[in-house]
Design a protein around this ligand. Structure first.
Ligand code: ADP
Length: 500
């Protein structure tokens, strides 16, 4: 239990698990945009709120500016001129106070000689204001600056006397007679932002919990079919599952399951063949041993058996042992062919000479059965083959043609070639092979007529060996036969061996 949790966690950390990847992907896809959106919305709000505040203050100051001009605020001082209306000045000062109180700020009025004529804080009045922004404003460049860090908006606003003639160019474009330097607090914006931020964080946390839940459910749900496939395979592996598994899920998992079922089928077929082969081998090897035991037992049972009987039984025992030997030799030949890395000793071989040699060896058997053995060669053939395996192929085919022949029959061996392949054809006037048996004759231990085959010393392995040897040379073997009339085996092998 703990081990599996630990494994799951290790996979999660290493990101090798699909479930972990899906979980993280959904989590990131859900949470990252939320965080970005919070910052983007708050940032946007702050900028818009500051711009709006600045525009409102600017409009109000413009109105005050006009009042300043219409009341000759700059030209007159209460002490200087008796006609100055101190009531008007008080009204303007009150207006400025209201603005500075309303926006928690400070307003300074600077005249053209850079002297501060009004400070709503009352501390800089009469002082000279040498500030870059103020000087630039006198030159017609207004400035506005939002200091986020310290929380204030600073701006300069020219007081333009549109009726006055510019001293510089004499044109009636208005003259800047003073500058209003204002700095207002953004406290209210910050307060609103803090409230908004708190709500956004709350929402974000809620979203986070929802996204984690969705990610957990989705990652588990999406990978469930894969776990089901693994469970089903494990059940098969443990041995208590059916022949094939079925996991309805995604089309991808269905493909995996199909591929697995195919593999399972193939493995089962291989297992069946192996079991059948082992059963056949045991049976084939047991038969001569049983005969030997029966012969020996019957000799032992007779107390004073004559020497002739001993001789006869012993010669039977020898032929059974020969048969056992034959089966073992055939099996060994087959096993050697089955090896994964098949050792082929490829050399250029004169096939005509090889055929002559094989026919010479088999002639005595043919003579015994009074079978005529004919060799017809269309041309001289030299091919790159493994001589030993080629000998096996030819011997088995010709030997079968003689063995399964009638008395006074014939066997015809034909050799021909084109520019790519040579063909070795063995036809006979023998018993023939029934049609339904034709597809089975290359199977191990398959014999059309078991008792007859045993009688004439067949093991049922000859054609299996022959076919393996032909395939090792990348060739093909074909048979055509009519029961009671004869058979014809054709082997086609490339003249040049191709490594694959
Ligand atoms: P065996 O060692 O018994 O001959 P093979 O694998 O060589 O085994 O042959 C398989 C079976 O095919 C034989 O038992 C026989 O019945 C049949 N067969 C093979 N060659 C011929 C042939 N030329 N004519 C008739 N039957 C044949």
């Amino acid at each position: 239990m703990f081990k599996s949790i630990f494994q799951e966690l290790a996979q999660l950390v290493s990101l090798r698990s699909l479930r972990a990847r899906i979980f993280l992907f959904i989590l990131l896809a859900g949470v990252v945009p939320c965080v970005f959106m919070r910052y983007a919305i708050l940032d946007n709000y702050e900028e818009r709120a500051a711009a709006q505040r600045e525009a409102t203050v600017r409009n109000q100051l413009l109105v005050v500016g006009n009042h300043l001009l219409s009341n000759n605020y700059f030209q007159t001082r209460p002490s200087e001129e008796a006609g100055y209306s101190s009531a008007s000045r008080d009204v303007i000062d009150a207006e400025l106070e209201v603005i500075s109180n309303l926006y928690e700020g400070r307003v300074l009025i600077v005249d053209s000689s850079l002297k501060v004529v009004k400070d709503t804080y009352g501390i800089s009045e009469g002082k000279t204001m040498i500030s870059e922004e103020v000087i630039q404003c006198f030159q017609g460049e207004t400035s506005s600056y939002y200091d986020k860090e310290h929380g204030y908006i600073e701006m300069t606003l020219p007081i333009e006397d549109s009726g006055a003639v510019s001293a510089q160019d004499g044109q009636d474009t208005g003259r800047i007679v003073g500058v209003m330097l204002t700095s207002i607090s953004n406290e209210s914006i910050v307060t609103t932002m803090e409230v908004l931020n708190r709500q956004a964080v709350l929402l974000e946390n809620l979203m986070f919990v929802c996204v984690v839940a969705i990610a957990l459910v989705a990652s588990m749900g999406l990978t469930r079919p894969l776990s089901q496939v693994t469970d089903a395979i494990n059940k098969v592996q443990a041995g208590y599952a059916q022949e094939s598994i079925s996991v309805p899920g995604y089309s991808e998992t269905v493909h995996i399951v199909d591929a697995f079922n195919q593999l399972l089928k193939r493995m089962k077929a291989l297992d069946d063949t192996r079991q059948e082969f082992v059963a056949n081998v045991s049976h084939e090897l047991k038969t001569p041993m049983t005969s030997v035991k029966v012969l020996a037992d019957s000799l032992l049972a007779q107390e004073d058996a004559p020497a002739e009987l001993y001789r006869e039984f012993l010669s039977d025992i020898v032929s059974e042992i020969d048969r056992e030997n034959q089966i073992i030799n055939d099996l060994l030949a087959l096993v050697r062919m089955d090896k994964k890395v098949q050792e082929l000793n490829i050399a250029s071989v004169n096939i005509n000479e090889l055929t002559e040699l094989i026919l010479k060896r088999l002639r005595p058997i043919a003579r015994k059965k009074d079978v005529e053995l004919v060799f017809e060669s269309m041309r001289q053939v030299t091919a790159e083959v493994d001589e030993v395996k080629m000998t096996l192929i030819m011997t088995n085919l010709v030997e079968n043609a003689i063995k399964y022949n009638k008395e006074h029959g014939w066997v015809k061996v034909e050799l021909d070639a084109d520019h790519q392949y040579f063909t070795f054809q063995v036809s006979d006037s023998g018993l023939g092979i029934p049609e339904d048996a034709l597809t089975h004759i290359y199977e191990r231990f398959y014999r059309v007529d078991k008792s007859h085959s045993r009688e004439i010393g067949g093991t049922g392995l000859g054609l299996a060996i022959t076919k393996s040897a032909v395939l090792m040379h990348h060739g093909a073997i074909k048979v055509s036969s009519v029961e009671g009339e004869g058979s014809c085996f054709v082997v086609k092998i490339p003249l040049t061996y191709i490594e694959q």
